[in-house]
Design a protein around this ligand. Structure first.
Ligand code: PMP
Length: 429
């Protein structure tokens, strides 16, 4: 038994499933998760002492690569000044200004610690602002694990094949209306029937939690029109895409052609520390306590180490960084496609900016049902063949692959040269 296996056994005695977030457990691919001892640039090192090229990037935050020296220095400097104050700081003002400068829709910003909190607060704010109860979400979109948003969620819920979650009340489920992604007709019908009950539509800016399924051209703008016509709010969740696909997130990539009422951020905005944010129209944000009646709070909200990491990350994330990640992403998408084609494996590679995923099936994927109709066993074989060659992919067929500015030629060569054998494994040969 190697050290990771020993640790996994030990972990399972004291931590449910041995993990603090389900998808980490390798449930759908089998085997033992890597217990990471450290990470640097494009690489993670496990407790066995092996080095892997990392395509998880902490599920998004590590845009600059792991442990970027300037980000680490910023966190160190902040740490010696104190770990947490529970009081306002200069850094959170600067970070809020940095977010607003990049995302015009975020006229005001409130920092929280996780994406779950950001979307949960957005939902509460939408209900408080409209006096309505119902929320519309799309099947396969993941917005964290608050009760209202777990129905037909992607990410770990998809990986485990769960319809939602035990412990969510019927009332919460009743107030969540789930519509197929990219299906405007269905959404129009929902609004025609229940428009005066709907507080908000929440959507991933570009869904990446059922695999990557970009919005059809004009889809998000149509959501803007439809919600406006019915007096409902539009919440665009950029937790995953924000500051990753473009300096201005997916909204920026689409030229800010439409403006959501509320927008949520996480991951890159915290530079790898626990930090997320809710932004939006100033008049709506003013409904949050202490100004308005919608309550929201957090002991660790705007934590000084987290804001230091976020600020350093956003300041470093210039056009060159996004250009690099975009180029690497294009290179890898092509290489994966070529390898799977050569091995005769049915597949489709889909992207939303530099985020992409591989579906082990033929034909375009535009809904969650399409995404589920893939050969997960083939993915598992592919995944393990890559892992054997020291390339760590996200351990689920429903997750995006993440690159970083630290993925240089050497790291890319290691990934690309591992692909043919992995593709053959996926083919079962
Ligand atoms: N929204 C989206 C789009 C996400 O991808 C995630 C997490 N992957 C969340 C919300 C929840 O964020 P967190 O895990 O920080 O609670």
């Amino acid at each position: 038994m190697n050290r990771d296996q020993e640790l996994f056994e030990r972990a399972r005695r004291v931590i449910p499933g041995g993990v603090d977030s389900p998808v980490r457990a390798f449930g759908s691919v089998g085997g033992t998760p890597l217990f990471i001892s450290r990470a640097e640039g494009a690489y993670v090192f496990d407790e066995n002492g092996d080095r892997y090229v990392d395509l998880v990037c902490s599920w998004g935050p590590a845009l600059l690569g792991h442990a970027h020296p300037e980000v680490v220095a910023a966190v160190r400097e902040a740490a010696v000044r104190g770990l947490s104050f529970g009081a306002p700081t200069l850094a959170e003002v600067e970070l809020a200004e940095a977010v607003r400068a990049r995302v015009p829709a975020a006229e005001q910003v409130r920092f929280v610690s996780t994406g779950t909190e950001a979307t949960m607060t957005a939902v509460r704010l939408a209900r408080g602002a409209t006096g309505r109860d119902a929320i519309v979400k799309f099947a396969g979109c993941y917005h964290g694990h608050s009760d209202a948003l777990l129905a037909a969620a992607g990410s770990g819920v998809a990986t485990q094949g769960l319809p939602g979650s035990a412990g969510v009340t019927q009332a919460a489920a009743r107030d969540t209306i789930v519509v197929d992604y990219n299906d405007l007709d269905a959404l129009e019908r929902v609004f025609a029937e229940a428009g005066d009950r709907i507080a908000a539509v929440i959507t991933e800016a570009a869904p990446c939690n059922m695999g990557v399924v970009a919005p059809a051209p004009g889809f998000n703008a149509a959501l803007r029109d439809l919600t406006s016509r019915h007096g409902a709010l539009l919440i665009v969740d950029e937790v995953l895409t924000g500051f990753r696909v473009h300096g201005g997130g997916w909204l920026g990539l689409e030229g800010n052609a439409y403006a959501p009422d509320l927008v949520t951020f996480g991951k890159v905005v915290g530079g790898g520390m626990p930090l997320a944010a809710l932004g939006g129209r100033a008049d709506l944000m003013q409904l949050l306590a202490p100004v308005g009646p919608v309550y929201q709070a957090g002991t660790l909200s705007g934590n000084p180490l987290a804001t230091a990491a976020g600020l350093a990350t956003l300041r470093l994330a210039d056009r060159g960084i996004y250009g690099h990640v975009d180029d690497r992403s294009t290179q890898l998408q092509l290489a994966v496609g070529e390898a799977l084609t050569a091995a005769g494996v049915p597949h489709v590679v889909q992207n939303a900016g530099n985020l992409f995923s591989v579906f082990f099936r033929d034909g375009e994927v535009s809904t969650y049902d399409d995404a589920k109709a893939q050969d997960q066993a083939a993915f598992a074989r592919f995944f393990h063949a890559m892992l054997d060659q020291k390339v760590a992919l996200p351990p689920s067929a429903f997750e995006a692959w993440f690159l970083s500015a630290a993925h240089d030629d050497k790291a890319m060569d290691q990934i690309v040269s591992a692909l043919p054998a992995a593709a053959r494994a996926a083919a079962g040969s």
